[in-house]
Design a protein around this ligand. Structure first.
Ligand code: URA
Length: 234
């Protein structure tokens, strides 16, 4: 990889800024000062330093965000996206959200630049289960549990796969947890519409075996641990 790309990826500025930095003679490759932005380096083999500090190269970034309501889960949009609210040091990795949550949905969102992992998590072949907490207008009943268990018909005629519905609280406003194994557009909201009910708050709390970190306030995020990344890759 080109030296300027490596340094830009590691947060040393834009390519232009990195070129300027190189000109000042503070960058060394294998102890030799270099000013050549185009020089090819192998991050595994070569020892790169800036101001005598080793540049630790990493290719991938894995983040867990508690997505807040009001931001779009996309990389670019006219409105604020989940990528816009990352710090610039994380944006340089050009990460993207894995799958989509609606603008008004909160909760667990994985953000990475690892396309292979993203594909694994979103491919219909793998059926990675996703669990949501929801507040629903109206009394959610055992009949709804049985309907979801069998699968319901959405407004476009699509028959959903079985979903596991757990009632936490039934009343004028009910609280539930629902696990689904697919990810159709607005799926949870539309499943409740199929049984005549309306979701008024939705939060994703689990994806595969990864749980939303309860220490993260909406809008906050952290890196996934190595263990969490390994779990997601399985
Ligand atoms: N189902 C929905 O209806 N909305 C989401 O954001 C996620 C699942």
């Amino acid at each position: 990889m080109r030296l300027d790309k490596l340094l830009a990826n590691m947060g040393y500025g834009t390519r232009k800024e990195v070129k300027k930095l190189l000109k000042t003679g503070v960058v060394r490759v294998d102890e030799e000062v270099t000013k050549d932005a185009k020089q090819h380096v192998d991050p595994e083999e070569n020892h790169v330093t800036v101001y005598e500090e080793t540049v630790e190269y990493r290719e991938y970034i894995y983040l867990m965000m508690n997505k807040p309501a009001g931001v779009i889960s996309a990389t670019e949009d006219e409105e604020e996206t989940v990528i816009d609210i990352l710090i610039p040091e994380d944006q340089v990795f050009e990460p993207f959200p894995v799958g989509r949550l609606d603008k008004d949905t909160e909760g667990l969102l994985i953000i990475t630049n690892d396309g292979k992992l993203a594909h694994h998590l979103t491919s219909p072949k793998h059926h990675v289960p996703k669990t949501y907490f929801a507040r629903v207008k109206g009394v959610v009943t055992e009949e709804d549990v049985r309907s979801f268990e069998k699968g319901v018909t959405l407004d476009d005629g699509y028959e959903t796969k079985p979903g596991e519905l757990a009632i936490l609280n039934a009343g004028e406003e009910s609280e539930i947890e629902l696990t689904i194994h697919e990810g159709k557009f607005h799926q949870v909201k539309r499943m409740f519409e199929a049984v005549g009910k309306k979701v008024i708050y939705l939060q994703r709390i689990q994806m595969g075996d990864i749980h939303l970190d309860r220490d993260l306030e909406p809008g906050e995020y952290r890196e996934l641990t190595e263990e969490e990344v390994t779990i997601l890759q399985k």
